[in-house]
Design a protein around this ligand. Structure first.
Ligand SMILES: [Zn+2]
Length: 268
């Protein structure tokens, strides 16, 4: 699932290339992921010129100078591609935009769980989840974080991935943030001291600042991004030694979510 480091790296890549490019052809290939009608979609996009790409939580917002915004939530398996038009298309290519710059922007989604919206720029709040989303996890102040956190109960990992609390953190980076903060994922929010809340807030910024350039390094001239998170310290490393203390990393699967943590560095 693309999370803030992935989406920020993609956004940086696209903002060096997309602004000013015009959409020559818009192909709407697999309708299941779209939340707009086909005619509106092609009519609105064809001829439109890209502005800046923005991000809010796990949504990428492609602004168009026509006053519209193409909004995509990639969910679990959505991937963005920026390739030459003759590059082979993945079978699950949902959207392909041929650009005046000689490139093609594609959205591919293996499990077709992502969502694509096309709305006027001033009506972004009508995109489902936008109205209820908390502040973006990248840039939320300690004051706002501390003020919001008291409204949530339950385990701190569940809270971190809840977009109503703060937006943009998924399962993988929640593990990394809790490891950096030395907090056990299943501790209750109500047990956290003020110092621990501050440490948690600080760790969010640190983990994203560390991971985003590492993701960006994987992108060359083309964007054909698969998540290769070889730099993670704890997530999906169950059974391996903790990079800090050497204790075997714990792994718990609940629902379909894997949680990894170090029992020594993150005491319960
Ligand atoms: Zn450890």
């Amino acid at each position: 699932m693309p999370e803030i480091p992935d989406l920020e790296a993609i956004r940086g890549f696209l903002n060096q290339r997309l602004p000013g490019a015009r959409i020559e052809e818009a192909e709407y290939r697999i309708p299941v992921v779209f939340r707009v009608t086909k005619d509106d979609f092609v009519d609105t996009l064809r001829g439109a010129e890209f502005g800046e790409t923005q991000r809010r939580g796990k949504f990428l917002i492609f602004t168009l100078k026509s006053g519209h915004a193409l909004v995509i939530n990639a969910m679990l398996t959505g991937r963005f591609q920026y390739l030459r038009p003759d590059a082979k298309r993945h079978a699950k290519t949902c959207l392909a935009l041929t650009l005046s710059s000689g490139w093609e922007l594609r959205y591919v989604d293996q499990r077709l769980m992502g969502k694509i919206y096309l709305v006027p720029n001033d009506r972004l709040s009508e995109v489902p989840q936008f109205a209820e989303m908390g502040p973006d996890a990248l840039g939320v102040s300690l004051a706002e974080f501390s003020e919001r956190i008291v409204r949530f109960r339950g385990q701190i990992k569940s809270m971190l991935v809840n977009h109503k609390f703060i937006a943009g953190i998924g399962n993988a980076y929640a593990d990394e943030i809790l490891f950096a903060a030395k907090l056990h994922p299943y501790r209750k929010r109500t047990q956290l001291t003020d110092d621990e809340v501050e440490r948690l807030h600080e760790s969010i910024g640190k983990v994203f600042a560390w991971a985003t350039p590492l993701v960006a390094e994987q992108m060359q001239e083309e964007l054909n991004y698969e998540e290769r998170r070889v730099f993670l310290k704890i997530h999906r490393l169950g059974g391996e030694p903790c990079p800090v203390c050497g204790t075997r990393i714990s792994e718990i699967t609940a629902g379909q979510r894997i949680t990894n943590f170090c029992r020594n560095c993150q005491p319960g």
